[in-house]
Design a protein around this ligand. Sequence first.
Ligand SMILES: C[S@@+](CC[C@H](N)C(=O)[O-])C[C@H]1O[C@@H](n2cnc3c(N)ncnc32)[C@H](O)[C@@H]1O
Length: 240
Amino acid sequence: MINNKMDKSAKDPVKIQTMFTTIAHRYDFLNMVLSLGIDKRWRRFAISQLPKSDNARYLDVATGTGDVALEIVRSIPGSKVNGVDFSEGMLEIGKVKVSNAGLGERIDMSFGDATALPFEENTFDGSIIAFGIRNVQDYKKGISEMGRVVKNGGRVVILEFTTVQNRIIKPFYRFYISKVLPFIGEVISGKKGAYKYLPESMLAFPSPEELKKTMEETGLKDVRYYKLTLGIAAVHVGTK
Ligand SMILES: C[S@@+](CC[C@H](N)C(=O)[O-])C[C@H]1O[C@@H](n2cnc3c(N)ncnc32)[C@H](O)[C@@H]1O
């Protein structure tokens, strides 16, 4: 059984960077298999929470292979996105996807650490992070950075897995993420242990209420959250 507490060293930024670069070439395929495609709907819902305006500019933190950035520009006309990530391996694949989609004019993918975002204050209409905040060792700092770079009235949107609370579903969910998911992950990625971290980090991440409190502590207002698909994931939204 997996502990709800996680050794802090498991989230050592260098380890996380290396892990994502190692699995980057299989990341999109694994996502699709492991989530049965539901992750696309979750990303769309998260994006729908971003504030809209003419020529809006958004920041996609921990953009990885760029799925959120791509979906934003496809669904919000005239928008531009900066996607940042600290895994060069993930970014490389994201850059190819952006270029193949002919969206290089609207999406800029570059290196950046979530806890020290390389942007001025009040730059973006909204900042978003999908399945990234769980991996950030000092996640409060990450949220505070996402707030710093958005304009007043702008929004911070967080999409992340949560721990399922429903008593009937919980045992099946735990079995799936602690046994099935690491097994499939290892077979597809060919990397032993790479998908051991995923369930550990999912189960150790704070509850939606705790995350809401942390967002408020960073100064965000009107913080709300929406549980998605039986509470497997949640979208938190706060306003600066
Ligand atoms: C599970 S992937 C999510 C990628 C993408 N957002 C998506 O929805 O598919 C997590 C990403 O977070 C990135 N990441 C983790 N910690 C980070 C940090 N401190 N700064 C920047 N990127 C980080 C990893 O490199 C990885 O690409």
